[in-house]
Design a binder for this molecule. Sequence first.
Ligand SMILES: Nc1ncnc2c1ncn2[C@@H]1O[C@H](COP(=O)(O)OP(=O)(O)O)[C@@H](O)[C@H]1O
Ligand SMILES: [Mg+2]
Length: 123
Amino acid sequence: MVIFLHGDLGAGKTTLVRGIMNAMGYSGRIKSPTYTLVEPYHINGLDLRHFDLYRLNDEAEWEAAGFRDEFDGRNIFLIEWPEKAMGFIPKADIDITFEILPDGRDVGIKGNTPSGRECLEQF
Ligand SMILES: Nc1ncnc2c1ncn2[C@@H]1O[C@H](COP(=O)(O)OP(=O)(O)O)[C@@H](O)[C@H]1O
Ligand SMILES: [Mg+2]
């Protein structure tokens, strides 16, 4: 499952990731992967990868870090700033788009694949 989180700095992407992981039963610290680019988690038998690609420079860096091998069909990916890896990152099953409004935030959620849509139907 690949989930893209779109939105400006401070829009609430990391906050939603924390909320999802807490709801899954994780009570440890969830730090923003701003500098590490990725943080791995194992929660209730599921392997999650929280990416923040804001500081990713290019495809060579992506390959050198071995990120391509992560996409083996088993892991769940929550990816902030996927725009930085467009063209060499897998397609998203779900797109979540944040918009900062004068009084709050607007969030759009879209399923792109059968498994993405099936996941959203559980809501
Ligand atoms: N839905 C929300 N309502 C109010 N404040 C929020 C909301 N989501 C995030 N914030 C606050 O905005 C700040 C930045 O959020 P963060 O999730 O780090 O943004 P992003 O990861 O998109 O850069 C944090 O201080 C957070 O507490
Ligand atoms: Mg963030």
